[in-house]
Design a protein around this ligand. Structure first.
Ligand SMILES: [Zn+2]
Length: 285
């Protein structure tokens, strides 16, 4: 039987629970990509060393973890670079090659769509009316301009940031077995998108009395065909039940979700997936 391949990606590292997660994966011989937030890493630089020693792959998840749609091009570049220098500098001390993977906070590619990449520009910006972009759009509307103007600006901004990432040596997250149509445009970008979001952040927001049902909802997403996605509607079939493509799975390094993290990994093991070692993704380039 064909085994589904899975690339495990863990955002928002390092939390206080970080070393537990690294140990847990290490004990199972699973390699994931840990995406570090610069300002969190600065307070715990040994976390990165710990992950490298246990064979994990390191990614850059920005310095401040802000919505890049809300920042100027220069501020986006500064933010990427600040995290890049911290991470790559630490890797150099460990005699490791520079960081090659970047993931935007909230998947926000700086194009004024706030990460809602599977929605039209109009739908995406409408979801954020109180942001800087939302306010600019209402001003423009009053002047009789439509959102095409801002969309063009957003497309340009995205392109400039992509070029900056390319120059810094970042690579797309790509694997031949990623066959989803919706992933094809994403595999050309110099950042790491994902195919399946665990939505484990729901647990962080849920009240203590709701935590059991929230965790069940999270785990059920790995058993569903076409689980809903925060980025807009993904044309199905997709998800763990669909065997026609591999999966890039998004989970988070939160203090509160340690046990859920383990349950997710155990559930994937129970589905007999093959965890792809992300080190092979760049080996042949
Ligand atoms: Zn994040």
């Amino acid at each position: 039987m064909k085994r589904k391949e899975v690339i495990l990606t863990i955002d928002d590292a390092p939390s206080g629970d970080f070393r537990n997660k690294v140990d847990f994966l290490h004990s199972k011989n699973i390699t994931g990509i840990f995406f570090f937030i610069g300002k969190k890493l600065k307070k715990d630089r040994y976390a990165l060393k710990y992950a490298v020693e246990k064979g994990q792959v390191i990614g850059n998840h920005s310095y401040q973890h802000k919505h890049y749609s809300d920042l100027s091009i220069q501020r986006c570049k500064d933010d990427i670079l600040e995290a890049h220098e911290l991470i790559t500098g630490t890797l150099a001390e460990l005699k490791q090659p520079p960081c090659q993977y970047f993931r935007f906070p909230y998947g926000d590619k700086a194009d004024y769509k706030y990460g809602r990449i599977f929605q039209s520009f109009k739908e995406a910006y409408s979801s954020r009316p109180l942001t800087k972009t939302g306010k600019i759009i209402s001003q423009l509307k009053r002047k009789g301009k439509d959102h095409d103007y801002l969309k063009a600006k957003g497309d340009h901004k995205k392109m400039v940031i992509q070029e900056f990432l390319r120059q810094l040596g970042y690579l797309p997250l790509d694997h031949p077995s990623l066959k989803y149509d919706f992933y094809q445009p994403l595999r050309r970008d110099y950042d790491c998108s994902w195919t399946l979001d665990s939505m484990d952040w729901m647990l962080k927001r849920s009240l203590p009395g709701e935590q059991m049902t929230t965790e069940q909802k999270i785990l059920r997403r790995f058993l569903m065909t076409n689980p809903p996605d925060g980025r807009g509607e993904i044309p199905g079939p997709y998800g763990m039940r669909f065997l026609g493509s591999s999966e890039v799975i998004l989970v988070h390094d939160y203090d509160e979700t340690h046990l859920t993290f383990q349950k997710i990994v155990n559930l994937l093991e129970g589905q007999h997936v093959k965890f792809v070692n992300p080190q092979v993704l760049t080996r042949d380039r």
